[in-house]
Design a protein around this ligand. Structure first.
Ligand code: NAD
Length: 253
């Protein structure tokens, strides 16, 4: 059951804000068929991310990572944005959302139209569709490298090729976190959608926004240890809550 009173309060905050920043995690894409790390079924129940999505293990033996990645590739090819992604793009059209910070690599925000009305997108954990050699750093586009008919792709220099996504144990793409921090400090409203807020340093951003004076709204299925930070916490499906929120923001305009 949607808590309409709370959503109304959240809509009021959005209405009176001029610089909304949205921070998203894997939970926003579960309704697009991409499992988050908390799901009991789905991809991650078969591939423990601590092993299969770990840079240290990748360097030891990339075949494990690529076994998982081939399934991820198939999933990414067919996944489509859901109503939650579209609602955020709609808030950008209304002139509210100025930046999206995402932990996701799935590019579903872009597919929903985010960025088309001037919002910046900060992809903290890299993006799907680009690859590089971990040794000579040569870059490749997806499709330029045969990843299907081999155990794992190898560069002409002999180095292992991996997608430009951040694995556990790897540092974030240079500059992206600083830019995301700047956006968080600019925000007058900071909305978190579908994140357990356990992955660092990304989980520092709501606190940074709050310290800079932003109102904090949280849309998530489950409680997290950082719920206490938020002015409004909306529990339930992101697609339903955000669709209602956008409806109310439009009504109040
Ligand atoms: P997480 O898996 O740790 O937590 C997801 C949160 O979303 C949970 O608290 C869950 O209750 C909530 N949730 C699930 N479905 C929801 C829905 N329909 N509506 C609202 N809330 C919902 O995710 P995280 O905090 O992003 O951290 C996991 C890491 O995994 C990130 O670093 C991310 O890069 C990576 N990851 C990305 C993808 C992707 O690109 N889609 C998928 C899996 C994991």
């Amino acid at each position: 059951m949607l808590n309409l009173e709370k959503i109304k309060k959240a809509a009021k905050i959005v209405k009176y804000s001029n610089y909304v920043v949205v921070f998203t995690g894997a939970g926003i894409s579960t309704e697009s068929g991409i499992a988050d790390f908390r799901s009991v079924d789905g991809l991650w129940s078969r591939y423990d991310p601590d092993i299969y999505a770990n840079y240290y293990y990748f360097l030891q033996d990339p075949s494990k990572f690529w076994k998982m990645q081939k399934e991820v590739d198939d999933l990414m090819d067919i996944s489509k944005p859901n109503l939650a992604h579209f609602a955020i793009a709609e808030l950008e059209k209304l002139g509210k959302v100025k930046a999206i910070i995402t932990q996701n690599i799935d590019m579903l925000h872009q597919k929903a139209g985010t960025g088309e009305n001037g919002a910046s997108i900060f992809q903290l954990h890299g993006e799907y569709g680009k690859l590089h050699c971990v040794q000579c750093k040569k870059e490749f586009k997806i499709g330029e490298v045969d990843t299907k008919n081999v155990d794992y792709p190898v560069c002409e220099c002999g180095g292992y090729i991996k997608p430009k996504v951040v694995l556990f144990g790897e540092s974030l793409p240079p500059g992206v976190f600083d830019a995301a921090m700047r956006a968080a400090t600019e925000a007058d409203c900071f909305i978190v959608v579908g994140s357990s807020l356990v992955v660092t340093p990304a989980n520092m951003l709501p606190g940074i926004a709050k310290q800079s004076g932003a109102k904090l709204i949280f849309v998530n299925k489950e409680e997290t240890e950082l719920d206490y930070l938020f002015d409004i916490s909306l529990k339930g499906k992101a697609s339903e809550i955000l669709t209602e929120l956008v409806k109310l923001v439009k009504k109040q305009n």
